[in-house]
Design a binder for this molecule. Structure first.
Ligand SMILES: [Zn+2]
Length: 460
C-alpha cells in the first residue's frame, strides 16, 4: 500500500489593500467586526470591483518565480465560482485562471497557482459574519500528488513557509494559511479512491489530519471496505476527519467569466525586473552557509528556515567562530525557542545579546550549561547575559579554587563511592562528578571536574 498526497494551499498575500477595493488588509483581526469594509467587498447592490490590485499580482509572481513556475504570457481570466456560504455576500467567489504552472519545491511538483478573494468569517454558533477579511487577496498553490507521507507534506510546507518568509510576499501568521489535502492509498499499483480534507488551518494540522485520514483509509482497505470519494472536515480539537459531503464535481461550482473584472494582463517587463531582484532563497542560503562557514547540513537547514534567524547567525559570526555559533543556534537557542513555540523574530533576542552571551562562553567565563541558563533569563525576563551572570555569581568559576573545594567535599562526603572507585568501579567516579556538578549549580566544567577527581583520588 502506498500513500498518495496532494495539497492545495491558500495563502494571504501581503498587500496594503484588498483585491478589488481599497479597504486595508492590515489589522483585520483586531479591528472591530465589519469596520474594514466598503460596498464593494460586501457586494452591495450596484457596487463594482475596482479591477485587480496590482500589488497582488507582483506578490504572486514573486512566489511563482521562487518555485520555478512558468508564468503565463496570456491574459488571465477572472471567474466567478458558485459559493454556498454567507461569508461571501455576493454568492460567488472571484478566482482567476492559473497565472503560473509547473515548478517544484523539495521534489514536489507544482501543478498551478492562481489568485482569489478571501471570504469573510462566518460564526456558525452566533450566526454572524465579519466581512473584514472578505476580499483579502489569496494565492492558491496546487501541487501534484507527489507526497507519499504526512511527514513529507510537513517538510514541504516548512520549506514553503521559509520561502514565503524570505520573499516577504505572504502573511505567515496563524489563520493566514488554509490547506485542502487530497489523500488516497494505492494498492498493487492500482490507484486508490481519494478523499479531500477541507480547510485545515495550520501547517501542524495538515500533518495530523493526513495521519488520521491515512490510517482510516488503510484500516478500511484491510477490512475490505470501499472508500468513497468524498469531502471530509478536519476536526482540530480531536485531530480526526469526519464526512462533510459526497464529492462535488467542478460542474457544481458553475464557473463563469466575471463580466465586471477585465482579464489580468501580466507585464513581462515586470517579470524580468522581479527575476533580477529575486532575493537569496533558503536553499541557496543553506548552500552558501555550508560553503562559507563550514557548518553541517543539519545546522544550515535549521538556521535558514527563518530569515531573521539566518541574519542573526551571520551577524554573530563576525565576533564568534562560525562552528560554535552554529552549534549554539541549532542546539540551545532553537531548543529554547521551540519550547516557547516562538519564532526568532518574535523573541526579545538580538545579535548583540547573543554575541554577549557567546563571548562569555568563548572566554571560558561560563560553561555551556550556564549559557543556557543565561539564555532563559534573556528570553523570559530580558536580563542581559553579563549582568545576569554577575548578579547570580555564575562567572569565572569553571575549574578554579571553588570547584577544587567542591571536589574535596564530594570525596569527603561520599566515602562509599571513593572505596568503590578504588575497588575498580569506574561508575563511582560518575557519581562523584555528578555531586560536584550539582553543588556548583552547573558552573563547573564536567571535563575539568573529572580530571580533578581522578587527580585527587590517585593521591589518596
Ligand atoms: Zn472594501
Amino acid at each position: 500500500m502506498k500513500t498518495v498526497i496532494g495539497l492545495e494551499i491558500h495563502l494571504q498575500l501581503k498587500t496594503q489593500s484588498k483585491l478589488f477595493c481599497s479597504c486595508p488588509t492590515e489589522g483585520y483581526r483586531e479591528a472591530s467586526p465589519n469596520s474594514l469594509v466598503c460596498p464593494t467587498c460586501v457586494s452591495q447592490p450596484g457596487s463594482k470591483p475596482f479591477g485587480v490590485n496590482a500589488a497582488t499580482i507582483t506578490q504572486a509572481l514573486k512566489i511563482a518565480l521562487a518555485l520555478g513556475s512558468k508564468i503565463t504570457d496570456a491574459k488571465v481570466l477572472v471567474q466567478r465560482k458558485h459559493y454556498f456560504y454567507p461569508d461571501l455576500a455576493s454568492g460567488f467567489q472571484r478566482t482567476s485562471k492559473p497565472i503560473a504552472t509547473g515548478g517544484a519545491l523539495c521534489g514536489v511538483r507544482i501543478r498551478e497557482m492562481h489568485i482569489e478573494e478571501d471570504p469573510g468569517q462566518y460564526d456558525l454558533r452566533k450566526g454572524t459574519v465579519n466581512y473584514n477579511r472578505s476580499g483579502i487577496p489569496l494565492i492558491e498553490i496546487v501541487t501534484e500528488p507527489d507526497m507519499d507521507s504526512p511527514d513529507q507534506a510537513r517538510q514541504f510546507l516548512d520549506e514553503l513557509k521559509a520561502v514565503l518568509d524570505y520573499l516577504d510576499a505572504s502573511r505567515v501568521e496563524p489563520g493566514s494559511m488554509r490547506c485542502d489535502a487530497n489523500i488516497s492509498i494505492s494498492m498493487d499499483g492500482k490507484e486508490g479512491t481519494r478523499t479531500e480534507i477541507k480547510n485545515i488551518n495550520s501547517f501542524k494540522g495538515v500533518y495530523t489530519a493526513l495521519s488520521f485520514e491515512g490510517a482510516r483509509q488503510r484500516s478500511m482497505l484491510k477490512n475490505k471496505l470501499k472508500i468513497e470519494q468524498e469531502t471530509r472536515h478536519y476536526d482540530e480539537a480531536q485531530g480526526i476527519t469526519t464526512l462533510l459531503r459526497k464529492k462535488e464535481s467542478a460542474d457544481d461550482y458553475r464557473y463563469f467569466p466575471d463580466p465586471d473584472v477585465p482579464p489580468i494582463e501580466i507585464s513581462q517587463t515586470e517579470v524580468v525586473q522581479l527575476k533580477k531582484r529575486m532575493p537569496e532563497l533558503p536553499s541557496q542560503k543553506r548552500e552558501r552557509f555550508r560553503k562559507d562557514y563550514g557548518i553541517t547540513e543539519e545546522e544550515a537547514f535549521t538556521i535558514t528556515l527563518e530569515k531573521p534567524l539566518a541574519d542573526a547567525f551571520e551577524e554573530t559570526t563576525k565576533k564568534v567562530p562560525a562552528a560554535n555559533a552554529a552549534r549554539f543556534f541549532r542546539g540551545t537557542l532553537k531548543k529554547q525557542l521551540n519550547y516557547r513555540s516562538l519564532d526568532y523574530k518574535d523573541s526579545s533576542l538580538s545579535p548583540t545579546t547573543i554575541i554577549e552571551l557567546l563571548s562569555l562562553l568563548e572566554e571560558k567565563q561560563i560553561t555551556e550549561k550556564v549559557s543556557e541558563q543565561l539564555l532563559i533569563g534573556l528570553l523570559d525576563k530580558g536580563l542581559t547575559p553579563k549582568e545576569n551572570a554577575q548578579k547570580q555569581g555564575l562567572l569565572g568559576v569553571h575549574g578554579g579554587k571553588e570547584i577544587e573545594a567542591l571536589v574535596e567535599k564530594a570525596i569527603a562526603d561520599n566515602t562509599n563511592a571513593v572505596t568503590d572507585y578504588k575497588n575498580g568501579k569506574p561508575e563511582a567516579l560518575h557519581f562523584l562528578a555528578g555531586q560536584v556538578m550539582k553543588q556548583s549549580k552547573g558552573k563547573a566544567d564536567p571535563t575539568i571536574v573529572k580530571k580533578l577527581l581522578e587527580k585527587k583520588l590517585a593521591k589518596e
